[in-house]
Design a protein around this ligand. Structure first.
Ligand code: FAD
Length: 276
């Protein structure tokens, strides 16, 4: 059982608990992006197991008519085992799901394989997919040019992985400036829609300006447990908001990461527990 303090960041251990969380959010006008926690599998059986759970989850989303989609991690679908294992598992989920299938982006060693598999399936689904790209990687401008020709959505994030300086911007101000440049490019060149994957008020207000200028559809995506009042306020203004919702038995390392990257998260979680 997940202790109350981690409950703010993780929606229980089962698909049922995650969907109950989504239903509460939907009542406030916020949609869900469900992620089963799990990564870096070396045994193909683990990757198959998570693939099957995503297939089941996609069916439950449709049966319960929830406003939700899924986001998968390449390494939970077997990218560390081989590109073929990852591609096959992703294909099974995409075939089974009626909802959008997002693909998270992991460290730079997986970028090419992830892009190739995404390109293959997003064409087949006529764009009912989405891919995350990271502003801290120097290659992302070129990747976006390639993605602009494909159907599907792109989620732009700043990047969560500690990458080598030869291939990545390391300084926060530079990453922020590059994020804005890439966002401007995406609003100018994409028509499939853009996911602004950031909690940063500056990036969200810049996206609002760009939407006014170019008219491109966009959505704001934030994590469960982070700036939740901003999520409902933006949704109340009519901006599509998606909350990224992790769930599953492997919750501990995810919760620990959230607390390590921002100590206020622990204070916030503790306050939420104490004040009910
Ligand atoms: P930061 O640059 O960390 O902070 C900027 C400002 O945002 C802060 O000054 C503050 O005002 C506000 N803020 C940030 N965090 C908090 C907080 N906890 N509480 C209150 N205010 C806060 N990374 C990947 O590499 N691959 C992925 O697939 C991926 N998927 C993601 C999906 C979603 C939906 C989101 C939101 C992020 C994802 N990330 C992913 C993580 C991302 O790369 C960043 O590491 C993370 O979002 C932190 O950057 P930021 O833009 O949110 O804000």
């Amino acid at each position: 059982m997940i202790p109350p303090i981690a409950n703010n960041f993780v929606a229980g251990e089962t698909p049922d608990s995650a969907l109950s969380h989504v239903e509460g959010l939907n009542d406030d006008g916020v949609a869900g992006i469900l992620n089963l926690l799990g990564e870096h599998y070396e045994d193909p059986a683990n990757a198959t197991e998570d693939t099957e759970e995503y297939i089941q989850l996609a069916r439950m989303i449709a049966d319960r008519d929830a406003d939700a989609c899924v986001s998968v991690k390449p390494s939970q679908l077997g990218i560390d085992i081989s590109g073929e294992v990852f591609e096959e598992n992703l294909g099974r989920i995409v075939d089974a799901a009626d909802c959008r299938v997002w693909v998270d982006m992991e460290d730079h060693t997986t970028t090419d394989t992830t892009l190739d598999a995404y390109e293959k399936y997003t064409r087949q689904t006529d764009g009912n997919m989405g891919l995350c790209v990271q502003a801290n990687l120097k290659r992302t401008g070129e990747d976006l040019e390639q993605l602009a020709d494909l159907p599907g959505k792109v989620r732009l994030v700043k990047g969560a992985y500690d990458e080598p300086a030869e291939i990545a911007h390391k300084d926060k101000d530079t990453v922020d400036a590059v994020y804005k440049d890439l966002l401007e490019y995406a609003f100018r060149e994409f028509d499939g829609g853009i996911g602004v994957g950031s909690h940063d008020p500056e990036m969200i207000s810049y996206a609002r300006e760009l939407h006014e200028e170019y008219g491109t559809p966009y959505e704001v995506q934030m994590l469960m447990g982070v700036r939740e009042s901003a999520q409902t306020e933006l949704a109340a203004e009519g901006i599509p908001v998606y909350q990224y919702i992790p769930y599953g038995s492997k919750w501990f390392s995810y919760f620990y990461r959230r607390v390590r990257e921002r100590k206020e998260n622990l204070a916030f979680a503790a306050r939420a527990v104490l004040t009910g």
